[in-house]
Design a binder for this molecule. Structure first.
Ligand code: GLN
Length: 472
């Protein structure tokens, strides 16, 4: 058996040059999962049969000299809150332990149309609530760079699977940082697209005004390949939009780029000095490529965490109301209907999910609605305006993804507030609907550090080309 660390691009070349078949490639990745995943715990379900069936189809096409897409025949892992028809979909929750997806999410349909090979479903924080993958009801995923540490979260299984070469790329979802932060902890690339760029039809909703699906890959080049396939307007998700074809500001060369460094993201005491050192070195590299930097201010940054942790639980409390013990999954027996609801939810949801439902329900209740939810929405607008002002002066913004590198398993799970601080540099983008990418920019000992590149709405092309320049 061979262990590969192929990018999508490399695997595609091997396939079209007939150096390897998709079936062989898929088998080798399945073997790698079997060998390493007992230590990493990235996967909840491995879909051997489905994967090999898809691979055979692609081999047939190659044999007949048909043209194949860039993703054809290449193994991908899917976060377990995205529906793949006929496969288990649990969102890492007990309440959905035996739930089988009745249809494909739009992103899955698009990947299948591109002849991808779905190799399995990945572990995550329960219903995507967490920053370490420790709130999963099933297993704790480990960081492939250091097995004593978390892979980040909530898409920790997807990021770890890519980092451990258990798949070529993966899909994750990002409500407050859940693609970018695990990508940074695991040393891979993760992009949260602009709100509306990718359909969420078939994604289990966490907080609907914040959720986006995006790619986790080895390179920014690969992220672009995946983004191009999964993005676009979908009549089944009214928040999705048709992407404008590239405009001038989306194709700027490095020498014309002005990048903002928000001073609020580099405060002493917030950011680990070694993380800061890595980020500063990345900035120097960009400078040597001709990029100009300028200090900027995003003055409402300090409220972002508080705003997020009001709006998100409010939406969570509404979205998770559907898990009532009747419609889906776990259903506890009881004497009356109310007790079925109460018992099913009590036994089906984990502690973090319950905490957020309670917080959200409280903040939305009459008398508190104005003081919490409404006020948070107003401050959200101010945070959005900060970015609008900044993007009048600069093309992109660069920041750290996380104030610290991957922490130890167990270190923060008993202390929600310290866990929530993990998101301090990522959540503002979700509140403002902006796109952002995490790219590996250095290491502290063996622990990767991620650089975040943020752009205006629908500037994915510029973000990705700027990220690719760093890789080169
Ligand atoms: N860590 C954040 C939270 O727990 C973000 C989660 C996410 O993006 N899904 O809410």
């Amino acid at each position: 058996m061979e262990v590969y660390n192929f990018t999508i691009k490399e695997a595609h070349e091997k396939l079209v040059n007939k150096e390897i078949t998709s079936v062989q490639l898929t088998k080798d990745y399945l073997d790698q999962i079997e060998k390493t995943d007992k230590d990493i715990n990235a996967f909840l379900t491995v879909s051997r049969e489905l994967a090999l069936k898809q691979a055979e189809k692609v081999d047939e096409k190659i044999k007949n000299n048909e043209e194949i897409s860039l993703l054809a025949g290449i193994p991908v892992a899917i976060k377990d809150n995205i529906l793949v028809v006929g496969e288990k979909c649990t969102s890492s929750s007990k309440i959905l332990e035996n739930y089988i997806a009745p249809y494909d999410a739009t992103v899955i349909k698009k990947l299948k149309d591109a002849d991808c090979v779905i190799i399995g479903k990945t572990n995550m924080d329960e219903f995507a609530m967490g920053a370490s993958t420790e709130t999963s009801a099933y297993k704790v995923t480990k960081n492939p760079n250091d097995l004593e540490r978390v892979p980040g979260g909530s898409s920790g299984g997807s990021a770890a699977a890519v980092a451990a070469n258990e798949c070529v790329y993966a899909l994750g979802s990002d409500t407050g940082g859940s693609i970018r932060q695990p990508a940074s902890f695991c040393g891979v690339v993760g992009m949260k697209p602009t709100y509306g760029a990718v359909s969420r039809y078939g994604l289990m909703a966490m907080a609907s005004s914040l959720d986006q699906i995006g790619p986790i890959t080895k390179t920014a080049e690969d992220a672009k390949i995946v983004f191009d396939v999964i993005s676009g307007k979908d009549p089944l998700d009214s928040t999705s939009v048709k992407l404008q074809s590239s405009n001038n500001s989306n194709t700027k060369s490095l020498k014309d780029l002005v990048v903002g460094l928000p001073k609020e993201y580099f405060l002493k005491g917030v950011i680990n000095p070694d993380v800061e050192k890595n980020i500063k070195e990345a900035i120097k590299k960009y400078e040597s490529l001709g990029v100009r930097f300028q200090e900027i201010s995003l003055p409402n940054t300090e409220y972002a965490l508080a705003v997020y942790y009001i709006i998100m639980p409010c939406e969570v409390s509404a979205n998770l109301a559907r898990f009532d013990g009747i419609k889906y999954g776990l259903s506890e027996k009881a004497d009356n209907l109310l007790d079925v609801y109460l018992k099913s939810r009590e036994n089906g949801f984990g502690e973090e999910v319950r905490r957020r439902i309670i917080l959200g329900t409280y903040a939305l209740s009459s008398g508190y609605y104005d003081a919490y939810y409404l006020k948070a929405q107003k401050v959200r607008t101010l945070i959005k305006k900060d970015f609008e002002e900044a993007f009048k002066k600069v093309d992109l913004i660069m920041t750290p993804v996380s104030p610290f590198p991957a922490f130890k398993i167990g270190e923060k799970i008993q202390d929600p507030l310290s866990m929530y601080l993990s998101d301090i540099f990522t959540i503002s983008l979700n509140l403002a609907g902006l796109p952002g990418i995490s790219i590996p920019c250095g290491k502290i000992d063996k622990l990767p550090v991620g650089l975040q590149i943020i752009g205006p709405h629908f500037s994915e092309e510029l973000i990705l080309s700027t990220a690719q320049a760093f890789e080169k």
